[in-house]
Ligand binder design. Structure first.
Ligand SMILES: *Cc1c(COP(=O)(O)O)cnc(C)c1O
Length: 301
């Protein structure tokens, strides 16, 4: 087998074409619409110390997204769960990043009609990964508010987890140019949207706001809202103007890839309550505590 001399594959196991294979062998056709048109949906669930976190929520979102894109999973949810578990078992990972993907697939005649394509399912388990590295998680990540607009919900439904990332990647380069570590995009009205694979929360006067529209409804976002309610902190999904973010006391981001992570600054503004601020610190601790709660987790075995 030949491979790109620079290609480094993480350890891990994929399920593709009905087989479990090492990551280096997990390949799709260049004619797959998932590749040629970003015509796909996916979901990512994580495993922590041998247990999936909120697997039911991730599977539900994945199945709903498939319906919205008018695709069909070639088997039922029980088989989906078995495949995800088997990827993790074979990969022998205690902490894993587990992705499930359904692409439009290839149409046998390469016709331009998406209804002709045969949908392709792929899953894989690789080592757990973080949006923010360890140093950033300890002292808060520095974000840049880009002037790139997040793809509007009237164009692409953001509640379907998707690979339309050119706006996010363009923004990331702006952030690097500005000396920041990651990026936030806004909508056309100047409200905060989201970043590459994460949602944002701002805390002001003890009240917490996360953008309500134009974002993926992250499972970690939903979890943070539940945990804040449990803590007795007032939290809501509502428009968050860029100006309100600049006035916030503390800010954090949420993602399956890292959970709840503090933000130190957005551009020139360092948040006065510090990073992690007191609310971030409490909700983050509760988030990790829940990883051993049988109601919120599913053992791999
Ligand atoms: C996956 C993702 C998130 C975070 O969602 P989680 O379910 O919490 O991991 C946020 N925004 C975008 C664009 C994403 O793709």
């Amino acid at each position: 087998m030949t491979s790109h001399p620079l290609a480094q594959f993480p350890p891990g196991i994929a399920y593709i074409g009905g087989e479990f294979v090492p990551m280096s062998e997990a390949k799709i056709s260049v004619l797959d619409w998932g590749f040629l048109r970003s015509d796909a949906t996916y979901d990512v669930v994580h495993v922590w110390r041998g247990r999936f976190f909120r697997l039911d929520k991730h599977m539900e979102r994945f199945l709903t997204s498939i319906d919205k894109l008018r695709m069909t999973l070639p088997f039922g949810p029980d088989r989906l769960e078995d495949i995800l578990k088997e990827c993790v078992r074979r990969a022998e990972l205690d902490d894993a990043y587990v992705e499930m993907v359904l692409t439009r697939g290839v149409s046998p005649t390469f016709s331009r009609d998406p209804r002709d394509a045969v949908n392709t399912f792929i899953a894989f388990a690789i080592p757990f990964g973080w949006v923010a590295n360890e140093e950033q998680r300890n002292r808060g990540i520095d974000l840049h508010l880009a002037d790139v607009e997040r793809i509007p919900p009237s164009a692409v439904d953001p509640t379907v987890k998707n690979y339309h990332w050119l706006d996010l990647v363009t923004g990331l380069y702006q952030a690097y140019d500005a000396g920041a570590e990651n990026v936030l995009l806004q909508d056309g009205a100047g409200n905060i949207a989201e970043g590459p694979g994460f949602n944002l929360f701002a805390v002001a006067d003890g009240k917490v706001t996360t953008p309500d529209a134009g974002v993926l409804q992250g499972i970690t976002r939903g979890t943070a809202l539940e945990l804040l309610a449990e803590m007795g902190v007032e939290a809501r999904a509502a428009p968050l103007p860029a100006e309100a973010l600049r006035q916030a006391d503390e800010t954090f981001i949420t993602s399956t890839a890292g959970g709840i992570m503090p933000v130190r600054a957005v551009d020139e503004r360092t948040f006065p309550a510090g990073a992690p601020g007191p609310v971030t610190e409490r909700v983050r601790a509760l988030y990790w505590d829940k990883h051993s709660d049988p109601d919120w987790t599913t053992p791999v075995d």
